[in-house]
Each structure stands twice: as structure tokens, then as C-alpha cells.
Ligand binder design. Structure first.
Ligand code: 5AD
Ligand code: SF4
Length: 446
């Protein structure tokens, strides 16, 4: 029987990219990818543990598969992986309530999926592979890209920051940087395969320190300057930057490297210095604002996005309002907003003064209103300008609509033709919305 698989991904771009690797490995071994979960005989869930509703959604969706598993037995395989699997209480829940799950593997065992499936089919025994962390990085894994012309490239794994609310340092382990030569080799081969834009991924790319075999060390900005020289690569982006590690050298790289998109994701998390201290963010409100000023002085049209948590334990009304005034001061192009949720095993789990749900929700709604108003105002400033857009392909609305992104990462929809896909095209912006722009093609880039 043909073995077809389907992967459902929860969470961040790091997880999206891990799923691209899982798909790449299975395709290489002759499995086929089903378009929909119901058509697959191997179902894989790549989970996220960062937020509470991600867990709830995962268990809800997993539960829906029980009936099919009971009916089809060995002919239907259920695999679960990703960040949640790095937590013992999740494994205990799976064993107790979902004993029919066939394969469970953690973030450090990703590359083993084909082998675990082979073992499952040969030995007819459930497979569990979870390492607490891994010293070395597994290189050379294949990947099935979600987009033809843009690719995610991990430059480092893990996080050493231990923000008090966050589970990631426990699920993804300590920081490890890939060798610069491995990254360059991968990117050159992606470019040969048609990729024009890379998104460099890491929990904190600013602390990238790649060590080559000859002992030399490449830091994040050195890597950017090297990528600037890769012929055929048009755009470089990265995610995420921790404000405490954003150097003057990196700000200068935005000035020196034309391929570097004029966009930075710079999570602030809160606007009050006291809350930031409790979160162990290691910068104050004032330091953050100064950083934004420095960025804007060097790169006046840089777009800035952020992550904000509402309702961290002990957050007072006044402290929440400091988040609002910070947003007004920075004027973010966009922001991801989160309701604080307790993560088991993090320091903030022990904090008293957890904020009641209704208060959190009310603050959240007020924040979203401010964020959306500012996003719409920032987008309106683009109307009348001509932007260089890297065309990603047909837009979601279909027809002759194509979509792409400006250097500042704004999504633009415009009337185009299929040959524009993967190219840099001039687009005159005619309209703006809260989350996107509308324009007219104004010719290829000179
Ligand atoms: N509660 C709410 N939001 C969280 N994030 C991380 N942990 C939590 C939590 N316990 C948010 C942060 C981070 C983003 C990826 O998720 O804002 O930057
Ligand atoms: Fe989590 Fe903080 Fe690390 Fe980001 S920097 S992954 S919020 S611990």
C-alpha cells in the first residue's frame, strides 16, 4: 500500500521549518504527501508549547483521531513530535489518555522519524525517542519548502535567555550555532534551486557565534556580510532579535547590506521596566526606546514589529498602560499580542498575583485596538509610493491577483502575471489596509 503522510504544524516558524524537514525526509524515502489529513495513512502533529491554547488545540485535534485509529489499527499511524514532547507531564498524559499514539519524538530527535517508522512497522511496537538536548547539530537533512522562492534557514538552535514566562529554553535546549560554511553551502544550493529570499531563523539570532573547523568565529553580522555576497540571493531576513543583544554593528549592517530587508522583529514583551525585570528581559523601557531611536536614525524607513504579553503576574493597570504608551511611542508596523499563560516548570509559574482572565482579556482588547490603529496609519503612509516587491505568487483571492512583500516585509496585493513570480517588481501603492497594501505593477526593477 502507498504510504501517504500529512503534517499539522502548530506554533512558530521554527516549527514550520522542522515540518519542512520532516516532509523532506519522508519524500526522499518514497512516501507521498497527502493534501488533507483525512486522506493520509500517517498523520503527524508537530506541536508547540509556548502558549496554552496551542496545547489545548493539539489534544482536541488528536482526540478526533481515536475512532479512525481504533477502526484501522496498523493501517493508520499517528505520530506526535515537537516542543510539547520535551515536557514529561505531556508524555505522561499521552501514555495515560492516548495510548494508541504510535510514535512520539522530541525536538532533538527530529531526524529519526524515518527510522522510527521503520522500527514501528518491523517490530510492531510503539516508538518513543526523546533526548533532553543534543550537543551536535545534525546537518544535511532534506527539506520540502513551503514556498518556491523563499526558504527558512536555521542558523542556530535553542535559547539561553530564560525569560521567566517562557518554556523554550527547556524544550529547545541550550544555544548552538551552525557552522557558517554549512549555512553558506545550504543557502547557495537553495539559490541554485530558485530561492531568492532567505529567512534566517533562531530564537536569538544576535547571539549567533559560528565556529569554523579552523577555529575562527563568525558572528551574526559577519554572516550577514557574507550572505550579501551570494549571487542570485535577493533578500535576507532574520528572526528573532533579542533587544539586549542588538549591536551597533548589526544596525550598521542594515546600512551596508542592500539585500537585508528593512525590517526587524524586536520583541518588547512589556512597556514597564518593573515588569521587564520580573520577566528577566535584561533591558529597561528606556533602553528599548533608545534602541528603536538608534535603528530609526540609521535606517529611517525600517519597519519594526514586536511581541507583547498582556497580564504577566503582578502587572498593574498603570504598568499595562505603560505598554500602551510604549506602543504609541514606537509606532510598530505590526505586533503579535499574547495573553500571558502559565507554563509548567517556568519561574513565573510560582509568582503570586496571577491576573484574572477577564482583566487580561480586557487589557488585551485595548492593546489590539491601539496596535491595529497604528498598523493602519503606518500602512497608509505607503499610498502613492513605489516599492520594490519580491513576488511570491498568486494571491489568496485568486484571479489575476498576485502578492509579494516590500523590503519592509509589507504584504502587497496587485494585478500581475505568473512570470513575475520570484522576481523583484516595482509596484505603485494605491490603497492600504490594516494588514496589507494594494498596488499596481509599475514595471520590473531597473
Ligand atoms: N504566555 C504568553 N505568551 C508567551 N510567549 C512566550 N511564552 C509565553 C507565555 N507563557 C510569547 C512571547 C514570545 C512569543 C513567541 O510568545 O511574546 O516572544
Ligand atoms: Fe523564550 Fe526569552 Fe528565549 Fe525568546 S528569548 S525563546 S521569550 S526565553
Amino acid at each position: 500500500m502507498e504510504k501517504s503522510f500529512h503534517i499539522t504544524t502548530f506554533g512558530c516558524q521554527m516549527n514550520e521549518h522542522d515540518s519542512e524537514t520532516l516532509a523532506g525526509m519522508l519524500l526522499e524515502r518514497g512516501y507521498v504527501q497527502a493534501k488533507e489529513r483525512k486522506d493520509a495513512n500517517i498523520v503527524i502533529f508537530n506541536t508547540c508549547s509556548v502558549r496554552e491554547n496551542a496545547d489545548k488545540r493539539f489534544f482536541g485535534t488528536l482526540g478526533q483521531l481515536k475512532k479512525k485509529k481504533m477502526e484501522q489499527g496498523e493501517n493508520f499511524t499517528v505520530c506526535v513530535c515537537g516542543c510539547m514532547m520535551q515536557q514529561q507531564h505531556i508524555i505522561d498524559t499521552l501514555k495515560a489518555k492516548y495510548p494508541w499514539v504510535d510514535v512520539i519524538f522530541g525536538t532533538h530527535n527530529l531526524h529519526q522519524l524515518p527510522e522510527l517508522l521503520d522500527n514501528l512497522y518491523r517490530e510492531k511496537e510503539k516508538q518513543l525517542a526523546i533526548l533532553p538536548d543534543r550537543e551536535e547539530i545534525v546537518e544535511g537533512l532534506p527539506s520540502r519548502r513551503l514556498f518556491q522562492h523563499k526558504a527558512f534557514v536555521n542558523i542556530m538552535y535553542g535559547c539561553n535567555n530564560f525569560c521567566t514566562y517562557c518554556i523554550v529554553p527547556y524544550t529547545r535546549g541550550r544555544e548552538k550555532s551552525r557552522k557558517p560554511e554549512d549555512i553558506l553551502r545550504e543557502i547557495r544550493s537553495l539559490v541554485e534551486d530558485g530561492v531568492r529570499e532567505v529567512m534566517l531563523l533562531g530564537q536569538n539570532v544576535n547571539s549567533y557565534r559560528g565556529q569554523s573547523d579552523d577555529g575562527s568565529v563568525t558572528d551574526f553580522t559577519d554572516l550577514l556580510y557574507q550572505l550579501q555576497e551570494v549571487e542570485g540571493l535577493e533578500r535576507i531576513r532574520f528572526m528573532t532579535s533579542h533587544p539586549k543583544d542588538l549591536s551597533d554593528k548589526l544596525i550598521q549592517a542594515f546600512v551596508d547590506c542592500p539585500k537585508l530587508g528593512k525590517y526587524i522583529h524586536l520583541p518588547v514583551q512589556a512597556g514597564s521596566s518593573r515588569v521587564l525585570k520580573e520577566m528577566n528581559r535584561r533591558y529597561t523601557r528606556e533602553e528599548y526606546l533608545k534602541l528603536v531611536e538608534k535603528l530609526r536614525t540609521a535606517v529611517p524607513d525600517i519597519a519594526i514589529s514586536t511581541d507583547i504579553i498582556v497580564g504577566f503576574p503582578g502587572e498593574t493597570e498603570e504598568e499595562f498602560e505603560e505598554t500602551l504608551t510604549l506602543c504609541e511611542a514606537v509606532r510598530y508596523d505590526s505586533a503579535f499580542t499574547f495573553l500571558y499563560s502559565v507554563r509548567k516548570g517556568t519561574p513565573a509559574e510560582q509568582y503570586e498575583d496571577q491576573i484574572p482572565e477577564d482583566v487580561k482579556h480586557a487589557r488585551f482588547n485595548r492593546l489590539v485596538e491601539v496596535i491595529n490603529r497604528i498598523s493602519a496609519e503606518k500602512n497608509a503612509e505607503y499610498v502613492g509610493r513605489t516599492e520594490t516587491v519580491l513576488v511570491e505568487g498568486p494571491g489568496k483571492t485568486g484571479g489575476k491577483t498576485f502578492s509579494g512583500r516590500t523590503a519592509s516585509f509589507k504584504l502587497v496585493n496587485f494585478r500581475g502575471t505568473p512570470d513575475m513570480t520570484g522576481k523583484l517588481v516595482k509596484v505603485r501603492i494605491t490603497e492600504s489596509n490594516t494588514f496589507s497594501l494594494v498596488g499596481e505593477a509599475a514595471g520590473p526593477e531597473a
